[in-house]
Design a protein around this ligand. Structure first.
Ligand SMILES: Nc1ncnc2c1ncn2[C@@H]1O[C@H](COP(=O)(O)OP(=O)(O)OP(=O)(O)O)[C@@H](O)[C@H]1O
Ligand SMILES: [Mg+2]
Length: 248
């Protein structure tokens, strides 16, 4: 579970990248975070994961305040960043062992999870290779395996589908569903509206740092009184906000 209350963040004290947002990701749900480029998705995710501190407001992950109880909070989530380019000179298996050490995953569990997850993503034969020899999609999959190694309750993923081939993307969506169905939570940002429409129990749409909509896709349809696709509703939401902002 993730709780965000009245959170704001500006860079250089100027424009608010995130402007007084609030939302809750419940246990048992897949929550999609949608918005155009520069909307504030990554900034929000960086605050949830403790990489950036909010200027104001409060964030809890599994009941732990990320600012006041960072270790407890961090133990409870796995995070896949938007950029998978880390430790290029390490071999993939060395990277995973390093992550296993940091999260103090016992050896037997570690071995079992590495082999199960790498087999599921078709990466098992490449674990002895250096990360610099990996394609973007392979690095992305390695990040996902690393994030799940300590079996976290909460998954937080920033654009996780980027660079994944259809099979891997399918596997990830399947794993997200299994995780949510086991009563845990998944929070991810995406531009891929088809994916959001198919896998998310609820979505939030953010633009210019503000949340324009939060609810189920069906609630969004009721809001628009239409049978539209998520894509056309999204474009309408973001377009409306853009027009308002453009007015003098
Ligand atoms: N390090 C930074 N310094 C200054 N401004 C920043 C910084 N990082 C982001 N911003 C600004 O904050 C706003 C929100 O950026 P953010 O990266 O959160 O957007 P996003 O929704 O993740 O976009 P994308 O879909 O392109 O990943 C943008 O206006 C961006 O230019
Ligand atoms: Mg981003």
């Amino acid at each position: 579970m993730i709780t965000i209350r009245q959170v704001s963040k500006s860079y250089n004290g100027k424009i608010k990248a995130v402007d007084n947002i609030g939302l809750t990701v419940e246990n048992g749900e897949i929550f999609g975070f949608l918005g155009p480029n520069g909307a504030g998705k990554t900034t929000t995710i960086k605050m949830i994961t403790g990489i950036l501190s909010p200027d104001s407001g409060e964030i809890q992950v599994n009941g732990h305040d990320i600012v006041r109880q960072p270790l407890q909070a961090k133990r409870s989530f796995g995070f896949v960043p938007d950029d998978p380019n880390v430790f290029p000179r390490l071999k993939a298996i060395e990277y995973l062992r390093f992550i296993g050490d940091i999260y103090q995953v016992p050896t037997s569990e570690r071995t079992e999870r590495i082999s199960r997850l790498s087999a599921r993503f078709g990466l098992a034969d490449a674990l002895a290779d250096r990360i610099q020899s990996y394609s973007h999609g392979m690095r992305q999959k390695l990040m996902i395996i690393g994030a799940l190694l300590h079996n976290p309750d909460v998954w937080i993923l920033d654009e996780p589908m980027t660079g994944l081939d259809p099979r891997s993307s399918f596997v990830l969506k399947e794993m997200m569903r299994e995780h949510a169905d086991a009563g845990k939570s998944v929070f991810f940002s995406t531009h891929v509206l088809d994916v959001a429409e198919k896998v998310c129990d609820r979505v939030a749409v953010i633009d210019r740092g503000r949340i324009l909509f939060c609810g189920t896709i069906n609630q969004m349809r009721e809001h628009f009184r239409s049978e539209s696709s998520l894509e056309s509703m999204f474009l309408e939401l973001v377009g409306e906000a853009g027009e308002e902002a453009a007015q003098p």
